[in-house]
Design a protein around this ligand. Structure first.
Ligand SMILES: [Cu+2]
Length: 131
């Protein structure tokens, strides 16, 4: 008669993982802005892949992202209004104006800081730090 310690361990791990003790950071309050920005700057580089920026409530979210050379940034319009993505500094991309569920992609080719904006909405701006 053998028990399976492996199975027991797996069950325990599941129970622990499932208890949801991992609290997600609050997203409200101006005091968290700096922390949020720092977190955004620390977006895991990973290897290759795509970083998604949502267009939501007339803002880019996250507003600031970091990617490695070779990574792609993908914007997705989740608003009911149209947006675009136009580089101001550090790059030379310019999307068409697109509406809900529309997307635009740009792949980083060299290190530096890119500033971009939506030309339809003053103050709707973002940055991409390319490493
Ligand atoms: Cu816009």
């Amino acid at each position: 008669m053998r028990r399976s310690p492996l199975l027991l361990t797996a069950a325990l791990a599941l129970a622990v993982a499932g208890c949801g003790s991992d609290s997600s950071p609050s997203s409200s309050g101006a005091a968290t802005t700096a922390a949020a920005a720092a977190a955004a700057a620390d977006t895991p580089a990973g290897s290759g892949g795509t970083v998604t920026v949502e267009m939501k409530n007339i803002q880019y979210s996250p507003k600031d992202v970091s990617v490695n050379v070779g990574q792609t940034v993908k914007w997705v319009d989740l608003d009911s209004v149209e947006h675009d993505v136009v580089a101001d500094k550090g790059a030379d991309f310019k999307s068409d104006v697109f509406g809900r569920d529309g997307t635009f992609e740009w792949t980083a080719t060299k290190p530096g800081k890119v500033e971009y904006e939506c030309t339809l909405h003053p103050g709707m701006i973002g940055t991409i730090t390319v490493r």
